[in-house]
Design a protein. Structure first.
Length: 670
């Protein structure tokens, strides 16, 4: 392809970004403004017009998928042969760090075939260290320690860099720092690195051996960085050092879409770019090729309320399009029913993949999933498990299943050691053998093992406690106990509730269990519910239904980079969006929540729904829900307001005069 072909169909700012000469360049690429096109065209332009060879360009992004797509587009655009295509250094930050370290690991005392640990292996390593130390802490659990080590490494911090700014208690600070050191020692002993090491060790390498840094600085004439707003401190330092030879650094990002501070992303990296690179050229891509005028006007007015941003305004020449629909539901069930029936009305011709439902928290999907199921609308969950697939929900349902039917050996196997009861493999083998001998269930085998004293006293006592919990709940179900009360009894008496501590992750599990309880309060047929729970948790044949035929349910964080003709934003209420934890963080937290809503709004191409409820069912009673403060920041002229006045009718989501179809009964396996 010629240089002229590469520049075809570019608007003026895109052309400016693609053809900009050397030096520092920041492309502020608004949502839907052609960011990927600019990146690939710029890379291709460097190869053709400037005579740069493929091996002299480094392009870094955040996901392997994005890196593959960039490579494929450049190869196709340039009609490169496979060998030349492989010489392109295009990959993720971690992938590029690994590539550097494989070449020079011995300089840091590692072998080149070092092992890279994933998050579960990190946690297991920490667990082993804690077991050797006989260390137990309510807050500093193995998972929290592993996550903290990763976060500190992303901030460029090692064990000796921690202070009371990171851990308030001096005694905890000393202990955690010591564990952090032992963790690093263990990684070195086993020739292992975690993800946080893959860039941090590069920086260590370059500091100790500047001649190696010089090799890379002299090799890469141009460095390109995608999704720059998501970079953390170590990523920023890494790319700045590797680009410092020629100074040709091009970053592409959007400060208005910076939504990952909880993962270490630093918005300051993009806001201070002009300070760090005083001669930098700034190009703003503001023409949007995705959304209608009304969607862009509303999103732009919303984000204008943020003070920590670089000014830009999205626009389109594609017309205003339909107004945004703001729907006020009576409650969560009414909201979910409205969404499901609107999707059926607009996409009932089989193009369900045109619609997406975006939520702030994964626990919100339960009522949505149920409403879609009742309308026989196929869906898939992105960025999180389906409600019934979540471990805590599967655990709770397994307790109910075993109490409802003592023949459910699969449920028995799932929960016999959940929470941990130290009933080990040999004890389980004895239970299984005894059950086989008496041609009974595992619960029967447990009773026989206890009666025949086949196990030690401590194990028998734990097993007896478990059997008693199941038997008590089973008797109550037989006498007509409502399912949610039986669930309360099972989770409390089994110790499951107590096993969930007060960490943020466990709080999400508690919320999900509460959602399950709310669902059970609405059930009169436990057998039917348990059957549907199994069917709903089975995704079926993933190749049986093409993706275009499924509604997408996604968290707002996971929806970044996606787009759909029709988008429903649900739960736009105080303490949901903005989230209550963000409100506690003050203005910085609120601004990130506003960016999160902005990202959600700009996923829509043609039609955008903004939904909130007047009340939510919490802990088996309705609580008032206030509309999100962000709704007041949207221009009223872009919206069509719907939703009847609230009706006090026993919490059934009734709206007088509602012209909605009766729900379709039945559940569908997707």
């Amino acid at each position: 392809m010629t240089a002229q072909n590469i520049l075809d169909n570019l608007n003026r700012p895109q052309l400016e970004a693609v053809t900009a000469r050397g030096g520092a360049l920041m492309v502020l690429a608004g949502a839907g403004s052609g960011k990927t096109r600019v990146l690939t065209r710029r890379l291709a332009h460097l190869l053709t017009e400037d005579g740069i060879s493929p091996g002299q360009i480094l392009a870094v992004t955040f996901t392997n998928k994005a890196a593959r797509e960039m490579r494929e587009r450049v190869i196709e655009l340039m009609d490169l042969d496979p060998i030349a295509g492989r010489s392109l250094w295009i990959g993720t930050f971690h992938g590029m760090g690994t590539r550097v370290l494989r070449m020079h690991a011995e300089k840091l005392g590692y072998e080149k075939n070092f092992i890279i640990l994933d998050s579960s292996e990190q946690e297991r390593t920490v667990k082993k260290i804690l077991a050797n130390l006989n260390y137990q802490h309510v807050y500093w659990t193995p998972k929290r320690l592993a996550n903290s080590f990763s976060r500190w490494k992303d901030d460029g911090l090692g064990p000796d860099d921690l202070t009371t700014d990171h851990i308030r208690s001096l005694s905890d600070l000393e202990q955690v720092s010591s564990i952090f050191n032992l963790y690093q020692d263990e990684l070195r002993r086993t020739n292992s690195m975690d993800f946080g090491d893959l860039l941090g060790k590069c920086l260590d390498l370059w500091q100790k051996h500047p001649e190696i840094l010089d090799l890379f600085r002299s090799r890469f004439i141009h460095v390109l960085v995608d999704e720059y707003q998501d970079t953390n401190r170590v990523q920023y330092d890494w790319m700045k050092q590797i680009a410092s030879g020629y100074g040709n650094l091009c970053v592409v990002g959007d400060d208005d879409q910076s939504i990952y501070s909880w993962r270490g992303a630093r918005l300051d990296n993009i806001l201070r770019f002009e300070e760090d690179f005083p001669k930098a050229k700034i190009v703003r891509l503001e023409q949007n090729y995705r959304s209608t005028g009304n969607i862009l006007k509303a999103a732009s007015q919303l984000i204008d309320h943020n003070t920590g941003r670089m000014e830009k305004t999205l626009w389109t020449d594609g017309g205003d399009g339909p107004k945004l629909i703001k729907y006020t539901a009576e409650d969560g069930m009414d909201e979910a029913r409205f969404v499901a029936q609107e999707i059926f009305r607009q996409c009932g011709n089989g193009r369900f993949g045109n619609a997406a439902i975006l939520v702030r928290a994964s626990r919100q999907t339960r009522t949505i999933e149920e409403a879609l199921s009742r309308e026989l609308i196929p869906y898939r969950v992105v960025g999180g498990l389906r409600f019934m697939d979540r471990a805590e929900i599967k655990d709770a349902v397994a307790y109910l299943r075993l109490a409802y039917s003592d023949r459910d050996d699969l449920a028995f196997e799932r929960i016999i050691n959940t929470p941990k009861r130290k009933i080990g493999p040999s004890a389980l083998a004895a239970i299984q053998q005894t059950a086989n001998d008496c041609n009974g269930t595992l619960l029967d085998g447990s009773r026989q093992v206890i009666a025949q004293k086949k196990l030690g006293p401590a194990v028998r006592a734990k097993l007896q406690e478990f059997v008693d919990v199941i038997d008590d709940a089973s008797k109550k179900l037989l006498t007509g106990e409502h399912p949610e009360l039986a669930l309360d009894l099972l989770l409390e008496n089994s110790g499951y509730s107590d096993s969930l501590n007060n960490t943020e992750r466990e709080a999400d599990k508690r919320d999900n269990l509460q959602e399950l309880r709310v669902l059970l309060t609405q059930e009169t047929d436990l057998e039917g519910f348990l059957e549907r729970a199994v069917l709903d948790s089975d995704p079926g044949d993933e190749n049986g239904t093409i993706e275009a035929d499924r509604v997408v349910i996604s968290t707002l964080h996971s929806a970044k980079g996606l787009e759909f003709p029709i988008v429903f934003l649900v739960g736009l209420e105080e303490n949901l969006l903005p989230h209550k934890l963000a409100v506690d963080e003050g203005e910085a937290g609120l601004e990130e929540e506003r960016r999160l809503l902005y990202v959600g709004m700009t996923r829509a191409r043609e039609q955008l729904y903004l939904c909130h409820a007047r009340r939510r069912l919490l802990y088996n009673r309705y609580e008032p829900a206030l509309p999100s403060r962000f709704l007041k920041e949207l221009p009223i002229e872009t919206m069509d307001v719907k939703g009847m006045r609230v009706s006090v009718r026993s919490g059934l989501g009734f709206r007088p005069g509602a012209a909605l179809r009766p729900p379709r009964r039945g559940f569908r396996k997707f």
